[in-house]
Design a protein around this ligand. Structure first.
Ligand code: TYD
Length: 211
């Protein structure tokens, strides 16, 4: 069976830590594959060999390892490699690319959490990335609930999860503001309810976008 060719198939998932977006991204990929689409499921930071190496540099180890500015450069370097080697080739081949986090995460985490650096994030994005998703699914979640889910996972990658409730609150508000700023591509989906309930909301939004 030949798979369906798609234009405008660059879909990203965003949300605070513990929002369930990674699970939802995977469920969406499974669903679309079952519909005959060729899907590349990927994530940031990471998604290419080089970018996965940068992922370890930014998410593990001493949280004060990098200055805020260096961190922006590292996330952007990872994204550039990911874009060149994974995302753009897949889109050019007519595949759907589902990416767990993308530039909106940098706008939020690096742009807001350690001072107002949004201007630098945007300038660097324009210079080095210059590409926005066709559709961004924001899984909106109560920060307290998200934090307790994220904490229960206990991974070595606790770089941002350790900032706690205040940052989670700020990130949620920031993502909602971003969804208004980029209203043409954002879709806000409630992350409350069972996995299946959230997945059904995501699927119907994405089907609308694709058709
Ligand atoms: P992720 O693996 O999506 O973690 P989670 O599933 O807990 O959301 O992302 C790892 C962390 O990286 C997350 O805390 C957010 C952070 N991050 C940034 O700070 N900037 C970025 O540009 C990206 C892509 C992620």
């Amino acid at each position: 069976m030949t798979s369906k060719h798609v234009d405008g198939g660059f879909i990203t998932f965003e949300g605070i830590d513990g929002s369930g977006k990674s699970t939802q991204a995977r469920l969406l990929a499974d669903h679309l594959r079952s519909q005959g689409y060729d899907v590349v499921l990927t994530r940031e930071p990471g998604g290419s060999v080089g970018a996965e190496e940068i992922r370890a540099l930014v998410l593990e180890g001493d949280p004060d390892r990098w200055s805020a500015e260096t961190e922006i450069l590292l996330f952007t370097a990872a994204r550039r490699d990911h874009l060149e080697r994974t995302i753009l080739p897949a889109l050019a081949a007519g595949k759907i690319v589902i990416c767990d986090r993308f530039a909106d995460s940098t706008r939020m985490y690096q742009g807001l959490s350690r001072g107002d650096l949004r201007g630098i994030v945007d300038q660097l994005h324009e210079l080095m990335i210059g590409r926005e998703p066709d559709l961004t699914v924001l899984i909106d979640m109560d920060p307290a609930e998200g934090l307790s889910r994220a904490k229960s996972r206990q991974t070595a990658e606790e770089r941002f999860e350790d900032f706690g409730q205040a940052l989670q609150d700020q990130m949620r508000a920031g993502f909602l503001a971003l969804s208004r700023e980029y209203a043409d591509r954002f879709c806000v989906i409630s992350g409350t309810g069972t996995l299946e309930e959230v997945a059904a909301r995501v699927t119907s939004t994405v089907q609308d976008h694709l058709s």
